[in-house]
Design a protein around this ligand. Structure first.
Ligand code: TYM
Length: 336
């Protein structure tokens, strides 16, 4: 007698990263590390969000290089092109096309409330362009085209994910079931890695103080040196506490890379000084990033291989994106 095996389809995951320089330890712990780990359980789609990058002025040669190296870095991270779809956003025109459609279902008021828009327009006051304002709509299009169940991101993207959900619900409310309303997938540890020099600020690759962030391709010596200089406090006690933002950030980073809980970290460094603790964090981070750096160095020069991967990736992505885009267009009343 044959046994009936029920096959449940895998849930789908989608996420993107901007190619605006070498990603930081924050990008890694908040998002990229999960991208790799989710590949076995989920059907994963990952993109280099290059259209988003020009909301801030980019030097053309640098942008080209950054798109290329971000794609190579995804491979180095362990994203497997046989298992997951990986592509470059601008290669799939439906992202920009759906973005226009969705912008007509997004209110000016809700975009005005986005904290990232407020922060970035303050930082780039000479270039508060319309793209910076409508950025969350393009991000909603990136997501909704692929009908993902989960979107793995760091805590700073939560508000953007909420607006994507709101737009999806609004559109579905008018036209029926077109988009899947996705859930944010935010890690418990590492969702908000803070600056090593000012732990009240998010770690960011655009920070002018180069000691404030660790780049994913930094050398071992640089990583250890940056952690040695990390700002702590005068209590000399490794303890997680809201009034100890520097030490708490380091505990979070150490937990995220070693898999130890915060209590285990506190116990490990009980009675030990900050010097020893900071060195241990630096070494653990360098150990975690080293295999990625080695793999990156081995793939970055193989242009033909990368080109073949991003072309195939875009074809596979577009097959999914086109269906959703045409369904949305048809519902709105366009002649197809
Ligand atoms: P981006 O390129 O700024 O960052 C990529 C991912 O890294 C996370 N992240 C952090 N996590 C923890 N601590 C930090 N200090 C830290 N800094 C960054 C971000 O939350 C993000 O998950 N708008 C997005 C890119 C994007 C996107 C999308 C994401 C475009 N379309 C569709 C998801 C789905 C962004 O600028 O991320």
């Amino acid at each position: 007698m044959s046994e009936i095996i029920e096959v449940t389809p895998k849930k789908r995951v989608l996420s993107c990263i901007q190619p605006t320089g070498i990603p930081t330890l924050g990008n890694y712990l908040g998002a990229l590390k999960n991208w790799k780990n989710m590949q076995d359980e989920f059907e994963c789609i990952y993109a280099v969000a290059d259209l988003h990058a020009i909301t801030v002025r980019q030097e053309p040669a640098a942008l080209r290089k950054n798109i290329y190296s971000m794609f190579a870095l995804l491979l180095a991270l362990g994203i497997d092109p046989e298992k997951s779809i990986m592509f470059i956003q601008s290669h799939v025109p439906e992202h920009a096309q759906l973005s226009w459609l969705l912008s007509c279902y997004t209110q000016f008021g809700e975009l005005s409330r986005m904290t990232q828009f407020k922060d970035k327009s303050a930082k780039h006051a000479d270039n508060v362009n319309a793209g910076l304002f409508t950025y969350p709509v393009l991000m909603a299009a990136d997501i909704l085209l692929y009908k993902p169940d989960f979107v793995p991101v760091g805590a700073d993207q939560k508000q953007h994910l909420e607006i994507a959900r709101d737009i999806a619900c609004r559109f579905n409310g008018i036209y029926g079931d077109v988009f899947t309303v996705p859930e944010a997938y935010i890690p418990k540890i590492g969702a908000r890695v803070m600056s090593l020099q000012d732990p009240t600020k998010k770690m960011s690759k655009s920070d002018e103080n180069l000691n404030s962030f660790v780049g994913m391709l930094d050398s071992r010596d640089d990583i250890i040196r940056k952690f040695k200089r990390a700002v702590t406090d005068s209590e000399a006690c490794v303890r997680l506490s809201e009034d100890k933002p520097g030490v708490s950030n380091l505990i979070g980073i150490y937990s995220a890379v070693t898999g130890k809980t915060a209590e285990e970290v506190e116990r490990e460094f009980d009675g030990k000084g900050y010097g020893e603790f900071k060195l241990a964090v630096g070494e653990a981070v360098a150990d975690a990033l080293n295999p990625i750096k080695e793999k990156y160095d081995s793939v970055i020069s193989d242009k033909a291989y990368l080109e073949q991967l991003y072309k195939t990736g875009a074809e596979n992505a577009e097959r999914i994106a086109r269906k959703t885009y045409f369904k949305a267009m048809k519902k709105v009343g366009y002649v197809l």
